[in-house]
Design a protein around this ligand. Structure first.
Ligand code: HEM
Length: 407
């Protein structure tokens, strides 16, 4: 990926410190109030921050296309092929999405529920006997990577390798270290590919009940996907389902510890509140963004946008738009309509894995809350020591918490 193909979000937001990137919400508010349609001349990128604008861009592929040469998503462009469900518009998009959609239907997921429960129970059992636990290392990282590896039919014993490669592919680019990061990504892509290729070839010969086998049999416009295309789909899915779900689970704990500590005991007395908690975390503490290319000149948001320019949709900012979420800056699991957040996107590209991510987070939190009587921050906790760079800004790389076991 070349510099000119990459949209550097930091250069737009100008949020430089870790602290500012971890809490971009003040800047989001400022932009919603003062410059809701903002043009970044240096990178030739439009930016929208309001809920209605964000939704319009994500739904309207006639003006805002996902066929783009530039992106803020730092995955090498090798992903740009027939098996990529994301960089394409309807109607072409429909068939590609249908290939994968089968793996994420409610019925398929229902069949997966007991297995996810077992993985969660095993991870929680490993916490027994410890009074402090790093919840990122012990739950938020291993759960999504194990689940997605099993769904695809890739050996879960290799989950550390898989996680390492997908983390590298998602490393954000920065101006100063661009070449270094690009080289690391190239290497990771090659290794990931060499690892998956023989697995895919084997699945074609000996299909099993998993997504990779289904993909080797699937047809697109009358032609089977090539081994290469199946490998690239697998890399896409392994990446898409990992870091995002890890962030969701990590941030859920962060919100319960620091944004609204009373919520833990509320959940203990009513486990049916867990899905509301998850939706509120997705709305409140998920600095997500999407990008599109302007494909027709338009002034639908006021200023004249030109064909060929890019547009960033700051969904994390839209999620706190007061016209849709009253007292949006407050963490409130009881606010009606929290689930209308845009963290999973909207329109034709709405996240295919959303039901899976929701299911993993709900099972993890319900089981955790049942098992542990209370949680507290560890003494002297300073979030700045526990952050790492990500395409979303900063995410938690560790979160040590104090846990009280059930008596
Ligand atoms: C909290 C967790 C997750 C978040 C926040 C998230 C977010 C998103 C967003 C915002 C999009 C839309 C991108 C766009 O409009 O260009 C998307 C698409 C997608 N997501 Fe997720 N995702 C999550 C988990 C997952 C999981 C677990 C999987 C499954 C492995 C997955 C697979 C996909 C796929 C295949 C697409 C492309 C859909 C399309 O273009 O039609 N995601 N995700």
């Amino acid at each position: 990926m070349a510099t000119e193909q990459t949209i550097l979000l930091q250069e737009i937001s100008n949020l430089r410190s870790r602290q500012a990137q971890w809490n971009p919400y003040g800047w989001y508010k400022e932009m919603r109030e003062n410059q809701p349609v903002y043009y970044d001349a240096e990178q030739d990128v439009w930016n929208v921050f309001l809920y209605d604008h964000a939704k319009r861009v994500l739904f309207d592929h006639e003006y805002f296309s996902n066929k783009k040469e530039r992106s803020f998503i730092p995955i090498p462009r090798i992903m740009d092929n027939r098996s990529n469900v994301n960089f394409v518009d309807p109607p072409e998009h429909r068939n590609r999405r249908a290939l994968l959609a089968k793996a994420f239907t409610p019925r398929t997921l229902e069949a997966w529920e007991p297995r996810i429960q077992t993985i969660v129970d095993e991870l929680l059992t490993e916490m027994e006997g410890h009074s402090t636990v790093d919840i990122v290392e012990k739950l938020a990282i291993p759960l999504p990577v194990t689940v997605i590896a099993e769904l695809l039919g890739v050996p879960t014993k290799d989950r550390v390798k898989i996680k390492t490669w997908s983390d590298i592919l998602f490393l954000p680019y920065a101006k100063e270290t661009f070449e270094d990061t690009a080289a690391k990504k190239g290497q990771a892509m090659q290794e990931f590919h060499e690892y998956l290729y023989p697995i895919v070839v084997d699945k074609r010969k000996h299909p099993a009940d998993d997504i990779l086998s289904d993909l080797t049999k699937a047809e697109l416009e009358g032609e089977r996907l090539t081994d290469q295309e199946v490998v690239m789909s697998a890399i896409g899915l392994l990446g898409a389902g990992n870091e995002t779900t890890t962030t969701l689970i990590s941030n859920t704990f962060y919100c319960m510890l620091f944004d609204k500590p009373a919520v833990y005991q509320e959940l203990r007395s009513d486990l049916f509140l867990v899905p509301k908690l998850i939706e509120e975390v997705l709305r409140f503490r998920f600095p997500s963004t999407n990008d599109r290319k302007v494909v027709q000149d338009t002034n639908i948001f006021g200023p004249e946008m030109k064909k060929g320019q890019m547009i960033m949709v700051w969904t994390g900012a839209a999620n706190r738009d007061e016209t849709h979420f009253p007292h949006g800056e407050e963490f409130d699991i009881h606010r009606p309509g929290n689930q209308h957040h845009l963290t999973f996107g909207a329109g034709p590209h709405f996240c295919l894995g959303a039901p899976l991510a929701r299911m993993e987070a709900n099972i993890a939190m319900t089981s955790f809350v049942k098992r542990f009587a209370d949680i507290r921050p560890v003494e002297g906790f300073d979030v700045l020591e526990h952050l790492t760079d990500s395409p979303m800004g900063q995410t938690l790389k560790s979160l040590p918490i104090w846990v009280e076991h059930q008596r």
